[in-house]
Design a binder for this molecule. Structure first.
Ligand SMILES: C[S@@+](CC[C@H](N)C(=O)[O-])C[C@H]1O[C@@H](n2cnc3c(N)ncnc32)[C@H](O)[C@@H]1O
Length: 405
């Protein structure tokens, strides 16, 4: 079945049914809409909230599937690791974890969360780092619309230090500094900006102009310490770091998880890019700059396509690789959302279910057990099958649960 046929199948309505059954070419699949986990914010370990990340899922999502489908000591993987939500929740629940992402930024964000340090260690280290070296800022990238020159000098010094110092304390400092690069409050290093997206320089200049303000001085070390205190406040640090050796992070393509052994994973909890809904390269350009990650490289590697055919092929190839690494009887919980496609609102869970049923794409290697739609009180029924109140993006979690057969 081609992607166009998949699309037609879904848009014609054969994908949905009022009773909560999704009709597929090989039978029906239960689609349950409920509040499976709390809609409240920030209920799990504080380390989960150490960084913002585009299109990250709430930690309650991996928490739900890990508890439901695995036991302590089992292995949980995420081929699209992002900020490391799955691997951290796996560690907190004493599961072994594998996290992969094609963007090296993911490893920079996720590793320190599963190898945390104490505030004391961090304070001691920061006291040793000299951020006052004189730097010729004219030789550096122009970031004057974001940072006061003194803040920028400190940031460049920190970046230079981190290029050569990489123990767990340094890496925790880096992860925390990454979370402070831009945002709206005084706790960030930048002038008033967006916390979740690195906006273009020209947009930042416009914001400054509208607000009639230039970036003011923001001391770097104290802001890192303050944020680290918040990230570490749930505790459990000793336990987490002794378990850290069971968590492995890789940087590569989801279609070729070469460091993941065959038949080694009990459960995958993951969320791929939804077509081109998010620009993972542009939206993190300041973080990439801070970490010396070349964005031109990323443009070619990150899959963010507006073409449903290409997306379907990409997901299908990823599923083939997941089939290799998942144990027989193991599970994949793949979260997708709804996107606007050719003027229609498309529920990608329906595409995924049809894809999984399609021989061309998946060779019937996974069986869809059920589709779960996490829906909050106010959106509950309206959003379950065809979203009516959401014109632009995703506001539900649609999880296709598959079993390796
Ligand atoms: C929806 S986000 C995942 C967010 C994650 N669940 C979290 O909570 O942070 C999708 C991720 O897929 C990554 N990605 C895009 N193309 C990829 C590819 N070909 N292989 C592996 N990862 C890829 C992006 O860099 C992005 O981090």
């Amino acid at each position: 079945m081609s992607a166009q046929a998949l699309l037609k199948n879904v848009l014609n309505g054969s994908g949905t049914h009022e009773s909560g059954l999704l009709m597929t070419p090989y039978g029906s699949v239960n689609k349950t809409c409920d509040e499976f986990w709390t809609a409240k914010q920030r209920q799990l370990h504080s380390l989960h909230y150490a960084n913002s990340y585009r299109a990250s899922f709430k930690p309650e999502l991996p928490d739900f599937f890990i508890k439901k489908l695995t036991n302590p000591g089992d292995t949980v993987g995420d081929p699209f690791g992002g900020r490391g939500t799955t691997v951290l929740q796996a560690a907190l629940l004493k599961r072994k974890g594998l996290s992969n992402d094609v963007n090296p930024l993911s490893e920079r964000l996720a590793y320190p969360k599963v190898n945390p340090v104490t505030v004391g260690e961090l304070e001691e280290r920061l006291a040793e780092i000299d951020l006052s070296h004189n730097i010729d800022l004219t030789c550096e990238e122009d970031m004057s619309m974001f940072y006061h020159p003194e803040t920028y000098r400190e940031l460049i010094n920190l970046r230079n230090y981190l290029r050569h110092h990489r123990d767990n304390i340094d890496r925790f400092i880096e992860m925390t500094a990454l979370s402070r690069l831009h945002g709206h409050s005084n706790g960030f290093f930048s002038a008033y900006s967006f916390p979740q997206i690195s906006i273009p320089k020209s947009n930042q200049a416009k914001i400054n102009k509208t607000r009639g303000a230039e970036p003011d001085y923001r001391e770097v070390k104290s802001r890192i310490i303050k944020k680290a205190r918040t990230s570490l406040k749930s505790g459990n640090i000793e336990e987490l770091r002794s378990w850290g050796r069971h968590q492995r992070l890789t940087t590569g393509d989801s279609r070729n998880l070469m460091d993941w052994a065959s038949e080694s994973v009990d459960l995958v909890v993951t969320s791929p890019p939804f077509l081109n809904q998010v620009d993972y390269v542009q939206d993190t350009w300041i973080e990439s700059w801070f970490c010396d990650i070349p964005t031109e490289d990323l443009e070619n590697k990150i899959v963010q396509t507006p073409d449903l055919e290409k997306w379907a092929q990409f997901i299908s190839d990823t599923m083939t690789e997941l089939h290799r690494v998942v144990k027989k009887g193991g599970f994949v919980a793949m979260e997708v959302g709804e996107v606007r496609y050719q003027g229609e609102l498309l529920n990608l869970d329906e595409i995924l279910v049809n894809l999984t049923a399609s021989k061309k794409y998946n060779l019937g290697q996974f069986k869809v057990n059920e589709v779960l739609v996490q829906s909050q009180q106010f959106t509950k029924l309206a959003n379950c099958f065809k979203v009516t109140n959401n014109k632009l993006g995703t506001n539900t979690n649609r999880i296709v649960l598959m079993e390796k057969i």
